[in-house]
Design a protein around this ligand. Structure first.
Ligand code: FAD
Ligand code: NAI
Length: 466
């Protein structure tokens, strides 16, 4: 059977690529080694983590905020098994949705490990079954990423867990030690803190959320500390030993010095993710990797082997579901003879904690390093009517614009629903807007989005409510 396109991996990169290619008239098949589609994101990433964040936020509100708003419900009780079932339902709804979309678009789905035998040939080996070879004009590698391991900490997904185990704990740990103050550490650390764990985050660097605007990260750290999350910055975990039911974790200063031992019931290793290329037969087939083990591309998704392309977490760039999706659409369009394109300067990034952190474009740190002259407008949620009415006034919006042209270069938000608010900034930037364009756009009142408008006004020092 000959295809126009075979996509290996049905995460957000792969399944979106397959659907777009089918829409454009290509004959498409996907190969997925998991039993369900949707990849890391739908099965053990974005979706289950957001379900647990939602549950834990409501639990926190019911316990600590409802009474202040005049809602008397008594102390809430956690049924963790039910919370996990709620999460699993959300996952199943999403993975079944992808299965439906693949069928609707007449995409053949093969379950098994995909291996590239050379240009135009993909071998599929189902679990416990015989391999089968499929022929195709093009192949897209969309095999995603896997958890980065830490020497001295053997992940068993029960006491020493990756994000996957942290999304399925059967008990709320008394003490959770998180290694890494990145996105996973802070999102899942917040979940378990709100559900009752004592959480300590150990981070190698002297700041949290590397890559995010420093101003935002500092404010966010203060807010998390107020919520009871403890931080040990400039420190590294070098080992963990079982002691009774718990663990004794060795932590050393990053710059060297005396080690200390911390007790923990569960350790979450969240020090990043690595590209997943195992089993693909890339070396034999002649598909080159870069210095960090990612599939090397020419900047337009083409690998070193003719007819083989790659997208998503397995190539360079931020490991984000929407980046993978946009790359999936772009390569499908290129293969169908159109001019697919991804604007890497405008990829929003969101941390779905409470409050949320969201960012698009350049940070102040990056603008300073590049010696770009810029103006900054900042507006706090304490001065936003809706935030005041809701009692959710933590955080601020910051708009960065070119000092000469006023073009928006970056927007950074820490605050309620920052992840939704950032979409406005991304659209503005995609259209090459100036801060004045945002400032002169009529925003509905009372909305949190007015804080974005006010921050844009603040670029020229003319915010109204501050
Ligand atoms: P993946 O989603 O990893 O999918 C790759 C698929 O390929 C997998 O299903 C795998 O089984 C399959 N595969 C691998 N090798 C083979 C093979 N040889 N043959 C057949 N199949 C194969 N990103 C966000 O944007 N927002 C979030 O809120 C967010 N939350 C996250 C939370 C957690 C806990 C984690 C771990 C990640 C989160 N991410 C989030 C990141 C996001 O999940 C990834 O960026 C995204 O899934 C990458 O998509 P992908 O299609 O490149 O790869
Ligand atoms: P990350 O790269 O965001 O953070 C890892 C952190 O661990 C960094 O701060 C790093 O300095 C620190 N670190 C590394 N080695 C260490 C060590 N030995 N000791 C202590 N700290 C150490 O990685 P994370 O959180 O694992 O997430 C992986 C990927 O998944 C990210 O690239 C992210 O983009 C994606 N993701 C996205 C989400 C979102 O968009 N909301 C949610 C969750 C994950």
């Amino acid at each position: 059977m000959a295809y126009d396109l075979i996509v290996i991996g049905t995460g957000p990169g792969g399944y979106v690529c397959a659907i777009r290619a089918a829409q454009l008239g290509l004959k498409v098949a996907v190969v997925e080694k998991r039993a369900t589609h949707g990849g890391t994101c739908l099965n053990v990433g974005c979706i289950p983590s957001k379900a647990l964040l939602h549950v834990s936020e409501l639990f926190e509100e019911a316990g600590h905020k409802f009474a202040g708003m005049g809602i008397e419900v008594g102390a809430p009780k956690l049924d963790l098994a039910k919370a996990m079932a709620f999460k699993d339902e959300g996952v199943a709804g999403n993975t079944k949705g992808v299965e439906f979309l693949l069928k609707k678009n007449k995409i053949d789905a093969f379950h098994g490990v995909g291996k590239i035998l050379g240009s135009g040939k993909v071998e599929v080996t189902p679990e416990g079954g015989a391999p089968q070879t499929l022929e195709t004009k093009s192949v897209v590698i969309a095999t995603g990423s896997d958890v980065a391991k830490l020497k001295g900490l053997e992940i068993d997904e029960e006491t020493i867990v990756s994000s996957t185990g942290a999304l399925a704990l059967s008990r709320v740990p008394g003490k959770l030690l998180v290694v890494g103050a990145g996105v996973i550490g802070l999102e899942l650390g917040s979940v378990w803190r709100r559900l009752g764990a004592e959480v300590t985050v150990v981070e190698f660097l002297d700041r949290i959320l590397p890559g995010m605007d420093t101003d935002v990260a500092k404010q966010f750290q203060r807010l998390l500390e107020k919520q009871g999350v403890a931080f040990k910055l400039g420190a590294k975990v070098t080992g963990a030993e079982k002691a009774g039911d718990g663990l004794k974790v060795t932590v050393e200063p990053a710059k060297g010095g005396e080690a200390e031992t911390l007790d923990a019931d569960v350790v979450l290793v969240a020090i990043g993710r690595v590209p997943y290329t195992a089993g693909l037969g890339l070396e034999e087939a002649g598909v080159a990797l870069d210095e960090r083990g990612r599939v090397k591309t020419d900047g337009h998704f083409k690998t070193s082997l003719d007819g083989v392309y790659a997208i998503g977490d397995v190539i360079a760039g931020p490991m984000l579901a929407h980046k993978a999706e946009d790359e999936g659409v772009a390569i499908a369009e290129i293969l169908a003879g159109k001019s697919g394109h991804v604007n890497y300067d405008v990829i929003p990034s969101v941390v779905y904690t409470y409050p949320e952190v969201a960012s698009v474009g350049k940070t102040e740190d990056e603008l300073k390093a590049a010696k770009t002259e810029y103006k900054a407008g900042k507006f706090p949620f304490t001065a936003n009517g809706r935030a005041k009415a809701n009692g959710t006034t933590e955080g601020f919006v910051k708009v960065l614009a070119d000092a000469k042209t006023d073009k928006v270069l970056g927007v950074h938000i820490v605050g309620p629903r920052a992840g939704d608010l950032i979409a406005e900034a991304a659209i503005a930037m995609e259209f090459g807007a100036s801060s004045e364009d945002i400032a002169r756009t009529c925003h509905a009142h009372p909305t949190l989005a007015e804080a974005v408008k006010e921050a844009a006004l603040a670029v020229e020092g003319r915010a109204i409510h501050m």
